[in-house]
Write a protein that binds this ligand. Structure first.
Ligand SMILES: C[S@@+](CC[C@H](N)C(=O)[O-])C[C@H]1O[C@@H](n2cnc3c(N)ncnc32)[C@H](O)[C@@H]1O
Length: 433
């Protein structure tokens, strides 16, 4: 972007790129801030607007349709997103109405759409005259139909809770690096820095922050004192139960949150092979481990194919498959999943997951344990995937998953956003006989 846009203009442009052009929210927003310098407050506000528009798109779009005399032309779609940014502030934030409208209208000029000022001004003012009438019949669920149907089919009794949780801002969770400090010590350090936080009851290293903050504000973050990681993801290290001397494979490892946690638990004293199919994401894995002063053997490889990486002679004691999946359990953290994921993706993901299970099973030692997990809430990627795997695999034995709070299924366990104080994850432990 050539010129420094005000927060509303920046948010509208980013939202347009993410929702209409299919760009990833994380990558688009972080690359924008790499190239454009904003104060921490402005950064926070732009992020709030972009996440909010992505989260509430269904609702905001329906309200916009009742306000516009005719749809904004395709070539001016960014203007449509200016309107959504304005409506998001009026419906979901406590921005002063006057400032919200005036700043949003001035975003039109910044985006070289001066002609649209009256349209946006008129729509926002009409909305303010009768907000509840205008929003009377709009889609308040704000999920694509296929997603709400798929979740409803899987979890009919929890559907409303899950959808509501998907639309909420998630808490910021940390994983304390026990090589540097105990959780209690780090909680005291946070308190000393004026950051309110509490320990998570379900995990030994997890911490919830009262309100999110930039990682740069976290004491010792650059030196590795903690990492940002949802508590659901932190349970994997406990379930794998790695002991010193074991050989471990983390097969879908990047950007490295779980590899790092396993290493922190073993004081960096185990040999771990960390694979990922993506070269770019392997670079992120290197950075994750560098910051935490941890080491693993990292290989860019397709873990569903014959190994192109060196195998331990008698196989692995532990294999973690944190499988590529639909991500339908982490919508609250990645609301762009609503816009980018298609129901037709699930077939291909199921095939990839099955390929990973079949191939990696060959490299597990007899007696060894595999943890298969996803951040999905769809049975096809989870318990049904594992039921089929067990049916076709000799010597694959299901073992108990000692999860503190998840729902127990016939095959594995599941956490659900809204029902549990964490993201929606599936975990299953398999032992080779
Ligand atoms: C859920 S993410 C892993 C997150 C990671 N375990 C962590 O804790 O930071 C899934 C990863 O699987 C990788 N992946 C997808 N297909 C793969 C394959 N066939 N072989 C190896 N990695 C694969 C993706 O690039 C992605 O990084």
């Amino acid at each position: 972007m050539a010129k420094h846009l005000n927060s509303r203009a920046a948010a509208a442009k980013l939202s347009w790129q993410i929702i209409d052009k299919g760009q990833s929210l994380d990558i688009t927003v972080s690359s924008f801030f790499e190239h454009n310098s904003y104060s921490p407050q402005d950064r926070g506000f732009i992020q709030e607007l972009v996440y909010g528009v992505s989260r509430w798109y269904g609702e905001l779009d329906a309200v916009a349709a009742t306000l516009l005399r005719s749809p904004i032309r395709n070539k001016d779609r960014v203007v449509h997103f200016v309107l959504l940014v304005g409506l998001y502030q009026l419906r979901h934030l406590d921005t002063a109405e006057h400032a919200g409208v005036a700043e949003t209208v001035s975003a039109c000029k910044q985006l070289n759409k001066q002609w649209a000022k009256n349209v946006i001004n008129g729509c926002l003012r009409n909305y303010l005259r009768a907000p509840s009438e205008i929003a009377e019949n709009v889609d308040l669920i704000s999920h694509p139909q296929w997603i709400s149907q798929a979740i409803g089919k899987a979890w009919p009794e929890h559907l409303n809770l899950i959808l509501a949780a998907n639309n909420q801002r998630p808490p910021m969770c940390l994983r304390v690096n026990r090589r540097q400090n105990t959780r209690d010590e780090y909680l005291s350090v946070l308190a000393g820095a004026g950051i309110d936080a509490k320990a998570d009851e379900n995990t030994p290293d997890g911490v919830f922050l009262e309100s999110p903050c930039a990682v740069t504000a976290l004491p010792g973050f650059e030196q590795g004192s903690c990492s940002v990681q949802d508590t659901a993801a932190q349970i994997s290290a406990d379930l794998l139960d790695v002991k010193n001397g074991m050989s471990v494979l983390d097969a879908c490892a990047a950007p490295g949150g779980k590899t790092a946690h396993i290493l922190e638990r073993c004081d960096n004293k185990i040999d771990i092979h960390a694979l990922d199919i993506s070269e770019r994401r392997c670079q992120q894995l290197h950075s994750t481990l560098d910051r935490l002063e941890l080491s693993a053997d990292i290989f860019t490889a397709d873990a569903s194919l014959a190994p192109s990486w060196p195998l331990p002679k008698s196989g692995y004691d532990r294999i973690l498959i944190d499988a590529p999946c639909s991500g339908l359990g982490v919508i609250r953290r990645h609301p762009d999943i609503k816009h980018h994921r298609r129901s037709s993706d699930i077939d291909a993901l199921e095939k990839t997951q099955a390929g990973l299970l079949d191939n990696l099973w060959l490299h597990l030692k007899p007696g060894g344990i595999m943890l298969y997990m996803t951040c999905s809430v769809l049975p096809r990627e989870n318990q049904q995937q594992i039921a089929k795997f067990i049916a076709r695999t000799n010597g694959a034995m299901l073992i108990n998953v000692p999860h503190p709070s998840a729902l127990t299924l016939n095959h594995g366990v599941q956490t659900l956003p809204g029902l549990h104080d964490m993201d929606g994850f599936y975990y299953c432990l398999l032992q080779k006989q």
